[in-house]
Ligand binder design. Structure first.
Ligand SMILES: C[S@@+](CC[C@H](N)C(=O)[O-])C[C@H]1O[C@@H](n2cnc3c(N)ncnc32)[C@H](O)[C@@H]1O
Length: 124
């Protein structure tokens, strides 16, 4: 969320973006990544069960800012015909649990986005 001056409250207080700050604080990085993974866990089952039709016909899917891959791990297991890729910052991808069904790409979404049928994004 950004204020009138175009910077977030976090950036105003700490002088840098939250992602940059977290990259230098391993404990905070872990807490944050696990917290957003918990949020993803709580909705992805409902998404798969209630709206599974939207995944039919897809061959590839990229989750931009996909964190440690919680959402895509569930989708990849439910729809094994889809090649699933998570793009997130290096300090996040480094801590992702290994999952053979999901490819992890460490990078900055402003520099590179892997090609796919569908590109999803949930960053702020
Ligand atoms: C709200 S979290 C999303 C969590 C994830 N969608 C999930 O389901 O667990 C936002 C994510 O965007 C990532 N992010 C922020 N800026 C980014 C950038 N420039 N390039 C790639 N990822 C970025 C953060 O590291 C963080 O993991």
């Amino acid at each position: 969320m950004q204020g009138k001056a175009g910077i977030s409250a976090f950036e105003r207080l700490y002088g840098e973006r939250m992602w940059t700050y977290a990259s230098k604080q391993p404990e905070l990085n872990g807490i944050f990544n696990n917290a957003v993974a918990g949020g993803a866990r709580s909705v992805v089952r409902a998404l798969i069960d209630g709206y599974g039709d939207v995944f039919q016909g897809l061959t590839s899917l990229v989750d931009i800012g996909g964190g440690i891959g919680t959402t895509l791990q569930s989708i990849a297991k439910a729809f094994p015909h889809i090649n699933c890729t998570v793009l997130d910052l290096p300090h996040v991808v480094e801590t992702a649990p290994s999952c053979p069904e999901v490819e992890f790409v460490a990078g900055d979404m402003f520099s590179f986005i892997p090609k796919a049928d569908v590109v999803g994004n949930y960053t702020n």
